[in-house]
Design a protein around this ligand. Structure first.
Ligand SMILES: Nc1nc2c(ncn2[C@@H]2O[C@H](COP(=O)(O)OP(=O)(O)OP(=O)(O)O)[C@@H](O)[C@H]2O)c(=O)[nH]1
Ligand SMILES: C=C(OP(=O)(O)O)C(=O)O
Length: 215
């Protein structure tokens, strides 16, 4: 297996992150939950055989320190103009390496390395995306070396990415597709199984959840 992908993951400041998820856990643990999901997503990405490097775009010092400890590199959230700009910035930062690049959300606590590896294999050649479990959003956008990322994340992004010429990637990747935006998404993750950090936090709150290892 050749490690010829660079992954880019944007992470919002934890205090502002996951606003639609508020109420799923007690308010005092909301940040911890957002951070646990970031850690689990980063761990799974770093354990993916095809991934050579993970770049995290964030201004959050706690999230930055956590992913650095896992082996990721951190750059500031520039130009500070939202998700797509943060993704573009991260992708531009690593463009010179000449590798394939993938940007993905930091709220995928059920992500398994094998699923990401399979999606990356399906993504080449060219520009492709993986729709979220609902089919309307996007969890991942991948491009070949030198290709513009042209990210169109946001409401209805699956249609927007397809309309921009990106190829929808088909595959049975439930952990990859399951982003956690709402309390209902978190309930789905209880059944799918979460990575260690999210799992420990949810168990600490008395919830029954399967724990899956990142490897
Ligand atoms: N660096 C950076 N990351 C962002 C920004 N907006 C969203 N993200 C990240 O992008 C990924 C997907 O974003 P969303 O699902 O919309 O997350 P969110 O904005 O925290 O959630 P809501 O507040 O519920 O909209 C998550 O990893 C977020 O942390 C941003 O402006 N800058
Ligand atoms: C950013 C997206 O959506 P959400 O905020 O719902 O994860 C998206 O799916 O492009």
């Amino acid at each position: 297996m050749v490690r010829d992908w660079t992954a880019v993951m944007p992470v919002k400041r934890l205090g502002a992150a996951k606003s639609r998820l508020r109420g799923a856990v007690p308010a005092a643990r909301h940040r911890d939950l957002a951070l646990a999901m970031v850690r689990d997503t980063a761990s799974a990405v770093l354990a993916t055989p095809a991934v050579a490097e993970l770049l995290v775009v964030t201004d959050d010092p706690v999230a930055g320190a956590a992913v650095t400890a896992l082996g990721a590199r951190v750059v500031p959230d520039r130009p500070g103009a939202g998700l797509n700009e943060a993704m573009r910035h991260g992708a531009d930062e690593v463009a010179g390496l000449g590798r394939h690049r993938v940007v993905l959300a930091g709220d995928l606590p059920a992500l398994r390395p094998g699923q990401l590896d399979a999606a990356l294999a399906a993504a080449r050649p060219g520009r492709g995306f993986v729709a979220d479990a609902a089919g309307t959003g996007t969890v991942l956008l991948a491009v070949g070396p030198g290709e513009p990322l042209d990210p169109r994340f946001g409401l209805g992004s699956a249609v927007a990415h397809a309309a921009s010429g990106a190829r929808p990637l088909d595959g049975d990747w439930p952990g990859l597709r399951q982003d956690v935006d709402t309390p209902a998404d978190l309930v789905t993750v209880l059944a799918l199984g979460a990575g260690r950090h999210t799992c420990e936090l949810l168990r600490d709150l008395g919830l029954e959840v399967a724990c899956v290892s990142a490897a």
